[in-house]
Design a protein around this ligand. Structure first.
Ligand code: BMA
Length: 933
């Protein structure tokens, strides 16, 4: 039942009481008498209702009534007796409930007669007839908003990352209510904050605006909103406003669980401590919280009268199946059901997992501390190499329910390629429950940044208060997920500060603000709310070394400590020797264009040119347009059309071919090939340094999280899955470079090298087979070398290759090398690792095989089989579908070293396709012969 009015206690005071008959005229001109004070007093405290009884002229007996009605100002004498019994009108204070009451009588019976309530003596009529509270719940408002109910301001909001529960009991009426939310432009609000900050603190919060190339909005750092919604180097500025999360009006006085969360941490080798925490709205004396843990069948209960309930249970390790990351074991989940005794529909469920997480930072050599510290994670006591990626917001319009399709597909896409970890990057948002729930199911360890990125932030108390609320809400919301690995205070801010890029204010000020926000506020609060989970103040950081050096390391990019972000567009990204050897690479990557089909969906045919205005508009990375050309044509052959024009050749003024659709289509393919090889070489480099220490202390690398998984528009970006959810070539390559047992092939010291990487928990004994093929050897190896190799668990081992395989670098372009593993029965393990020449531009395109589709079979509307046939080695083979589709091929982007191969297209959503919807090409002809790839 709706609450109809305001607190009677206030009304007592306001009512004008006339004469001894408590006859009055209220503000609306109602002429009446206040008659049921004892009842009303009771309502005042428990029902929040104010009801006024009016004498109704016709119903009060005879003359007396007329006397009151007609002579309100008359003073009656002491001997006059006026019987006021009979039928009166009653009305709630705000006018929403009206009816006729009987005098003498009571409000329950009056309300029943007026059919406002049912028989109060029936069933739970005693509690059902209590006037209910009205709570307006917003799971998120974006961002600066004022909420009005019936034109009364009920809340002002300033933080996109918060849930709001607004008690509007006293503002709603029965019948029609008006809820209005006024949003202020985020851009103007951010500017206003920046202006007032500057006026109050006489410095600025830098950067004030993004660089021009990002075409963004200014002062994102002044408001608690998705930072990338003001633009980023991979995305547009859509400074959204709106009710971006579900909203509801809750009408109940019943106790309700508003949050159920938990932590699960080992207390010793044998035991986990499961701690369930519940927050209860409207508790009453005697409210009890029940907890059920399934399938353990464990039941516990505790008092929740004060609005919170904590239940701690020791669970023996022997009683549970552990939760493991993808590739390391099963993702066993247990359901926690919280409910309130005797309260219908009070059940809330979450899923937890039993696992331990430890961030190991011991010295790599305790005798020589200067060699640095390890930085890796143990899950259930087992060191886990983080094979992963970085997540940006799912869409420029993140509140759209249709994004569920994107979440599901993207999470499935990472599981499919053997990824076991993902960083939720600090320029986006604390993600929605679905992402973490899928991560729990798929075994994806989540490296969770707090939402601060590449920028200074204010640290005054109002800002910090908002941050505290944001952290309390989100840490509690997320901490029960077994997939959650680590909290990191921000993205790159320690590094930016150290590099002197935070120029708003003196060094001391900037540093003091930094420490106030991330150390005093974030670290203190997060570690208190979630004590079992590692916390680092920034990513990248030097971990313990950063802390020892006062929260900001002297060298946050040190390879001997913590994690690093690595980007360089001026080196040979196809060469293992180009890369650092850090403990943990939490970001690295290079841009590529999306598929030509994806670009064509977003750009007019006029703009589908490499340097068109439309295309340049989407390149937000300074230097990106030119650097991509330079990087890519350092490996692939220059278009024939531009070969004879003067340096720098690829300017459209010099070579008009660059501004043709054919060029951009070819370039999209080449850029994806370049990205896939760069990510492969770099990832293999990190993985082969697992368990390997160099003399200067570098090594023991334990993470490779490439930047970035997903996209929010069609543009040159670092993503491995484009915005139309087409896997780029790098995503297919990821399945190969992340295989649990993998041979890395690379050139070092002018010689071919091979390292066998073992991510598994047991020693592996396999046969390694390396073949050398030449472009014209008709798929037949000209030399094959085999040996038995043993590699310990969680380590990598260098394989000694015979001199015959160590070629003089000069002739390297003539050959392709293939590494393959076989088990004791001779069965191949994993995919071939094919090494194509670094300067494949030196190989004549004509030497490469001609590829075609030689068979096509529809197995079902979600499964198609495509047979491919090549006339010779087919480098970087690419199968594509011209229709928009959701799914992925069993393999793609591979170098074919057999005459035929069959791939399947596995669709997530059924689609009718015919053979002509498919095409295949390779380095010889992609983008040249076909419309798009
Ligand atoms: C890092 C990230 C992002 C950025 C990416 C590519 O700096 O943290 O901010 O998009 O590199 O430049």
């Amino acid at each position: 039942m709706n609450n109809p009015g305001t607190n009677l206690a206030e009304t007592y005071v306001k009512l004008p009481v006339a004469d001894r008959f408590v006859v009055y005229e209220d503000k609306q001109g109602n002429y009446g008498a206040y008659k049921a004070l004892p009842y009303m007093g009771n309502y005042a405290t428990t029902r929040f209702v104010h009801i006024v009884y009016n004498v109704t002229a016709a119903q009060v007996s005879g003359d007396v009534n007329t006397a009151i009605a007609k002579h309100a100002d008359k003073t009656f004498s002491a001997s006059d007796v006026i019987d006021l019994s009979g039928t009166w009108d009653f009305v709630s204070a705000n006018g929403s409930i009206k009816g006729q009451g009987q005098i003498p009588g009571d409000i329950y019976m009056d309300l029943q007669r007026a059919k406002v309530i049912d028989d109060p003596l029936y069933g739970q009529g005693d509690t059902d007839t209590r006037w209910e509270k009205a709570i307006l719940e917003f799971d998120g408002l974006d961002t600066i908003a004022k909420v009005y109910v019936n034109d009364k301001l009920v809340a002002s909001t300033k933080n996109q990352f918060l849930q709001y529960a607004i008690d509007v009991t006293n503002f709603v009426i029965q019948g029609s209510n008006i809820l209005r939310i006024d949003f202020t432009s985020s851009v103007l609000a951010a500017k206003a904050e920046a202006d007032s900050f500057k006026a109050n603190y006489s410095h600025v919060i830098a950067p004030e605006c993004p660089g021009d190339i990002a075409q963004g909005e200014c002062h994102a750092n002044m408001i608690r909103k998705i930072q990338s919604s003001f633009s980023w180097d991979w995305g547009p500025a859509f400074p959204t406003i709106g009710i971006w999360q579900p909203a509801r009006l809750i009408l109940t006085n019943a106790p309700k669980i508003t949050m159920l969360t938990a932590t699960v941490n080992p207390i010793d080798d044998q035991t986990f401590l499961l701690r369930a925490e519940a927050t209860i709205r409207n508790p009453i004396a005697g409210t009890r919280f029940n907890l059920l843990v399934d399938p353990l069948g464990l039941i516990r209960a505790t008092d929740a009268s004060l609005g919170t309930a904590v239940i701690e249970v020791n669970v023996s390790k022997l009683a549970v199946n552990l939760w493991w990351p993808n590739g390391h074991g099963d993702q066993n989940l247990y359901t926690l059901t919280g409910s309130l005794a005797g309260v219908a529909n009070s059940m809330t469920k979450i899923r937890v997992g039993f696992r331990s997480v430890e961030l190991v930072q011991d010295y790599v050599n305790p005798k020589i501390p200067a060699l640095g510290r390890n930085f890796y994670f143990k899950v259930n006591g087992v060191p886990i190499f983080l094979k992963g990626t970085n997540w940006i917001p799912v869409s420029a319009f993140p509140g759209q329910p249709s994004n569920e399709r994107r979440y599901r597909f993207l999470l499935d896409s990472i599981k499919r390629v053997g990824i076991n970890s993902m960083r939720v990057w600090g320029g986006g948002r604390y993600e929605n429950d679905l992402l973490y729930s899928l991560a729990d199911e798929y075994g994806i360890l989540i490296w969770q940044d707090l939402m601060f990125a590449c920028s200074q932030y204010p640290a005054h108390s109002e800002f910090l208060d908002s941050v505290k609320q944001e952290l309390t809400y989100n840490v509690n919301r997320l901490k029960f997920h077994p997939s959650l690995l680590l909290w990191a205070g921000n993205n790159e801010n320690e590094m930016f500060l150290w590099a002197g890029l935070f120029t708003g204010g003196s060094k001391e000020t900037v540093k003091a603000e930094y420490l106030r926000l991330y150390k005093d506020t974030a670290e203190t609060l997060v570690t208190q709310l979630d004590p079992g989970r590692p916390f680092v103040m920034s990513s990248p950081s030097d971990g313990i070394k950063s802390i020892e050096e006062g929260g900001i390391s002297n060298d946050p990019l040190s390879q001997n400590y913590g994690d690093v972000h690595f980007y360089d567009e001026f080196i040979d990204l196809w060469s293992d020797a180009s890369y650092w050897t850090p403990r943990c690479a939490s970001e690295y990557g290079v841009q590529s264009l999306p598929s030509g089909y994806t670009l064509a969906n977003a750009l007019s045919s006029d703009d589908l040119k490499y340097m068109s205005n439309g295309m340049l508009h989407r390149q937000h990375h300074p230097g990106g347009t030119d650097n991509n050309l330079a990087m890519i044509y350092a490996h692939f052959s220059m278009p024939i059309e531009c070969k004879n024009v003067p340096y720098p050749r690829l300017l459209p003024e010099l070579c008009p071919y660059v501004n043709t659709t054919t060029f951009v289509n070819r370039f999209a393919y080449l850029s994806q090939a370049h990205q896939s090889i760069a990510l492969k070489v770099q990832t293999e480099h990190y993985r082969r340094m697992m368990g390997q220490l160099l003399v200067d202390g570098r090594g023991n690398t334990m993470c490779a999280l490439y930047w970035q998984l997903n996209d929010i528009w069609a543009a040159p970006t670092w993503a491995s899955v484009d915005t139309n959810l087409r896997w780029k070539m790098a995503h297919y390559e990821a399945r190969r470079f992340f295989e649990p047992l993998h041979i890395a092939l690379y050139f070092e010291n002018n010689a071919l090298q091979a390292t066998l990487i073992n991510d598994m928990h047991e020693t592996q004994k396999e046969t390694i087979e390396i073949s050398q093929l030449s472009w014209d050897s008709n798929f037949l190896p000209i030399y094959t070398w085999k040996d038995n190799v043993t590699v310990d668990a969680s380590t990598a081992t260098q394989v000694q290759l015979p001199a015959k395989l160590t070629l003089p670098i000069a002739s390297i372009e003539n050959f392709v090398f293939v590494a393959r593993l076989r088990d004791g029965q001779g069965n191949q393990i994993g995919a071939d690792n094919v090494l194509i020449p670094n300067k494949i531009s030196k190989v004549n395109l004509e030497q490469m095989g001609v590829i075609r589709i030689n068979s096509f079979k529809k197995i079902s509307s979600i499964l198609y089989e495509i047979g491919l046939e090549a006339s010779g080695i087919s480098p970087l083979t690419w199968v594509s579908v011209s229709k928009d589709f959701l799914g992925s091929f069993s393999d793609n982007g591979f170098t074919m070293i057999t005459k035929t191969i069959t791939v399947t297209l596995n669709l997530t959503e059924a689609l009718e396709l015919v053979q002509t919807d498919f095409s295949v090409c390779n380095l010889r002809n992609c983008g040249i012969d076909s419309q798009f790839n």
